[in-house]
Design a protein around this ligand. Structure first.
Ligand code: ZN
Length: 91
């Protein structure tokens, strides 16, 4: 057996060993991730209902409008404008 073959075999064994250990690590991390990721939904953020399309929108990302001391949350500028138009019609 040439020294080159021995080196190749050692490299292959090393790669196989790394694949096995990487697979074990994946199983461990999958078991460990029972908590939902916190960066997607911060604790201080709340879901507010869009009065126009009835969608729930995170207050931080929502388009907001204050009217008569109440803050309204909208999924988009379009819903905000629709709401404003409807308020104008009522008064
Ligand atoms: Zn909307």
């Amino acid at each position: 057996m040439s020294p080159l073959r021995i080196i190749i075999i050692i490299i292959l064994i090393y790669i196989a060993y790394r694949l096995i250990t990487a697979g074990r690590r994946k199983v461990r991390s999958a078991r460990g991730t029972q908590k939902p990721p916190q960066h997607e939904m911060p604790v201080s953020d709340t879901l507010e209902e869009d009065p126009i399309c009835k969608k729930l929108v995170p207050s931080r990302q929502a388009v907001t409008m204050r009217l008569h001391g109440t803050t309204y949350y909208f999924c988009s500028e379009e819903c905000c404008n629709t709401f404003r138009t409807r308020q104008g019609e009522q008064q």
